[in-house]
Design a protein around this ligand. Structure first.
Ligand code: PGA
Length: 239
């Protein structure tokens, strides 16, 4: 399997013009790369940068979704709307959504089901906080997030992203050996052969280690995906 590199732009950049510039630079930079699959997840309102182009090595992803198909849900976006906009992947249960928007395991489970039903691939984010890690609760947390998140979901078309919360946006990535142990633990808990990505302060220098040494099938990249040159280097380095 080709490494899957997911760019999570979060609530960036500030204007459509900047988003287009970033997208075009990345597109140009990885034009000839065939050994990695890149998924870019811009804010919904910037989806138009893709302009319905079906690019070989870049796919459109979303950062979130609502589980209902349509109706009176002010401010929400449905799975079918995402699909219709050309979206193929959807990040679900990112720690920032769990923290700032109080997303529950039950809601995350509903979102996963809705994404699968709409024939897109969900990327379920799991990971422990610094406090949970320090008090030896990591395994318990991961087991809980996997068990409740994947409750009554048998589909194999799902991706897991292990994102230790203490490593997100901190410049303090999880060490390769520890990340490898976590990958094996997650694999054991899931007991299914589905892709597992790593996320948390990934950059062009450490990216390769997570794929080639720790054995992850891909990466979820935040900060480093907002700098075109850095992101292009990162993609090149994992190929
Ligand atoms: P980061 O974010 O690469 O900036 O640490 C990763 C993420 O939150 O998905």
């Amino acid at each position: 399997m080709k490494p899957l590199i997911v760019a999570n732009w979060k609530m960036n950049p500030e204007t459509l013009k900047e988003a287009k510039k970033l997208f075009d630079s990345v597109k140009r930079g990885i034009k000839n790369i065939k050994k990695a699959e890149v998924i870019i997840c811009p804010p919904y309102i910037q989806f138009s940068i893709f302009n319905f182009q079906f690019l070989n090595n870049i796919k459109l992803g979303a950062q979130d979704v609502f589980w209902e198909k349509k109706g009176a849900y002010t401010g929400e976006i449905s799975p079918l709307m995402l699909k219709d906009a050309g979206c193929r992947y959807v990040i679900v249960g990112h720690s920032e959504r769990r923290k700032y928007f109080k997303e529950t395991e039950e809601q995350i489970n509903k979102k996963l089901k809705a994404v699968i039903e709409a024939k897109m691939t969900p990327i379920l984010c799991i990971g422990e906080t610094k406090e949970e890690r320090e008090s030896g609760k990591t395994k318990e947390i991961l087991e809980r997030e996997i068990k409740l998140g994947l409750n009554r979901i048998s589909a194999s078309k799902i991706i897991i992203a292990y994102e230790p919360i203490w490593a997100i946006g901190t410049g303090n990535p999880c060490k390769i050996e520890e990340a490898q142990k976590m990958r094996l633990l997650i694999r054991k808990i899931i007991a299914r052969d589905i892709p597992i990505l790593y996320g948390g302060s990934v950059n062009s220098r450490n990216a390769e280690g997570y794929i080639k040494e720790a054995g992850f099938q891909g990466l979820l990249v935040g900060g480093a995906s907002l700098k075109a040159e850095e992101f292009v280097d990162l993609v090149k380095n994992v190929c």
